[in-house]
Design a protein. Structure first.
Length: 539
């Protein structure tokens, strides 16, 4: 064999079934009995037992899944959410069994030898891991074998009634023999092996290693080692990160913004100082606000530079103010009603806890002050932040480009310091057939402006059923007033725009034109059924 492990290092692998689904439940605080599915690329990637009972399975298209289970709660695939929700689980495991390596969210490994020696055996070590997971209310399965790969397959072979499977030393190859070659995680190799008549790991392991290398290369010989129970990977424990989160608890709860801001100042100072102690600054922050009834408000905030303590407190205030207003019937502790100064917003009772969690950090060296100050940029940031602090988060907005065929759809106004909403930046890079080519108009109207485009007989220019003009344009009337008509100097079009023909609420059937009027002004026009509109102007 080209991979020979002189002394197999026993591995303990912990698998958390359907982790993307579990992470979605934890993040959104979904009830345990609600049918939930995680969707990626339009198909079901994971689904709960309640959804499976209604006929929802992996690989099913979303529309078919919703037909089978109308009450299905759908969550999008989110690797960042999976990793974020897995972090407390890993931290809990590290308290019982140090030396954890995260293979991916929902799957981790440790060296079995040290844990077995501490707990008095491999079975006992596996039991400690299960207890740690049970404390967090998540389901876990454990497999122990001579390699990480074999231990993972052992963990996946367990059941709810028997959550631990320990393979005796030297038995990993025999255990893996009946598994299909698809478990190797190399679809192309698995497809080729099946065409060659090799359907199981046992069949693959019996092939000479030299022949496998000659035929399949380095990837093939690695897969051959896995099938033989000789995983060349070693368990590499992670270095537990220093906890940078900060939390403030209030007893009794606070129901006024000014009280909350005052009480949180020290916590915000501690949060910023803790991040800076690690030589970092926080550029993206998640704030979780929990009230006495258990309702939670969660939001992630960005910053154009980095967060200071004042910035953190401002974000808490803006987050509360952005919540839907509480019911007027809510009463304060003294029998009065809440007014506009109350902190509660859409929360059902006074605030009991606020948590600060850094989402993105950067080296503090990248944010140091220049020798002679940061000049105009710093002054602009200070001024805009001051306006936001006085008037609210959305008092200062900056333009950003998103995706769409209509120019108004491509323009987004984002509050100062915020990033584009998830997916908006990716939308801007898509091809968008039917969009206007560069150069783009300089002036895009917030809403379409009615205009008239007339032919030589001063009749509205129209198109036929094939999209062609019935008569060439001669007169252009800005504002739709025939008395202000101008001669059409040049024109081009029409270019059909057909969007979402199957959706009655969002269907768009229009034709675009470009023209230059007698005053030398260039316009982008839109013909929607029988009405003419100005979408933009080329300045």
């Amino acid at each position: 064999m080209l991979f020979q492990l002189e002394t197999p290092v026993r591995a303990l692998v912990t698998w958390f079934p359907d982790w993307p689904l579990v992470a979605a439940r934890l993040a959104d605080a979904l009830p345990p009995d609600v049918p939930v599915a995680v969707i990626g690329k339009g198909v079901i990637a994971a689904c709960s037992a309640e959804a499976r009972a209604e006929g929802v399975v992996r690989g099913l298209r979303l529309r078919e899944a919703q037909t089978r289970c109308p009450e299905l709660v759908v969550c999008a695939v989110d690797p960042a959410r999976d990793a974020r929700e897995f972090e407390p689980v890993v931290s809990s495991l590290e308290e019982r069994t140090p030396g954890v390596e995260v293979l991916r969210p929902g799957l981790c490994a440790i060296r079995a030898k040290g844990a077995a020696r501490y707990y008095g055996g491999e079975e006992a070590a596996a039991g400690a891991v299960l207890e740690s997971a049970d404390r967090l209310g998540v389901e876990a399965r454990v497999g122990i074998a001579d390699s990480v790969f074999a231990a993972e397959q052992a963990a996946r072979s367990t059941s709810e009634l028997s959550a631990v499977l320990v393979l005796p030393p030297g038995s990993s190859r025999d255990f893996l023999a009946p598994f299909p070659v698809e478990v190797l995680g190399q679809p192309k190799l698995a497809s080729l092996l099946k065409r060659l008549g090799v359907f199981t790991l046992g069949n693959f392991a019996t092939l000479p290693a030299a022949d496998v290398r000659a035929r399949f290369g380095a990837a093939g010989i690695t897969a051959h080692a896995l099938a033989s129970g000789q995983d060349p990977r070693k368990v590499v424990p992670r270095t537990p990160p220093r906890k940078l989160d900060q939390r403030a608890d209030f007893e009794p709860g606070l129901d006024r913004v000014d009280q909350l801001a005052f009480q949180l100042r020290a916590t915000a100072d501690a949060f910023v100082a803790g991040v800076q102690t690690e030589g970092l600054v926080c550029t993206e922050l998640r704030i979780l606000i929990t009230d006495e009834a258990g309702s939670r408000s969660e939001r992630t905030w960005g910053h154009p530079r980095h967060f200071t303590a004042s910035d953190v407190v401002d974000r808490v205030r803006w987050q509360l103010q952005s919540q839907p207003p509480a019911q007027a019937s809510d009463k304060t502790a003294d029998g009065g009603t809440h007014d506009a100064g109350m902190a509660r917003g859409g929360l059902s009772s006074p605030v009991a806890r606020v948590e600060f969690v850094p989402v993105r950090v950067d080296s503090i060296a990248h944010h140091g002050r220049a020798l002679f100050g940061d000049g105009a940029e710093e002054q602009i940031h200070h001024g805009l932040s001051r306006i936001q602090s006085m008037l609210g988060h959305e008092a200062v907005v900056v333009p950003a480009i998103s995706g769409g065929r209509l120019l108004a759809e491509r323009r987004r106004l984002v509050p100062w310091g915020d990033a584009l909403p998830t997916g908006a930046a990716a939308l801007a890079t898509r091809p968008w057939p039917g969009r206007i080519p560069d150069p783009q108009p300089a002036t895009v109207f917030a809403s379409l402006i009615p205009v008239l485009l007339l032919d030589a007989n001063k009749e509205k220019v129209r198109t036929d059923h094939r999209g062609g003009l019935l008569a060439p344009p001669m007169w252009f009337c800005p504002g739709g007033d025939p008395a202000r008509r101008r001669l059409v100097a040049q024109w081009a079009g029409p270019w059909p725009l057909r969007q979402r023909w199957w959706d009655a609420d969002h269907r768009l059937e229009a034709d675009r034109f470009q023209l230059v009027d007698g005053n030398g002004e260039a316009w982008l026009l839109l013909l929607d059924e029988q009405n003419w509109w100005a979408e933009a102007r080329y300045d």
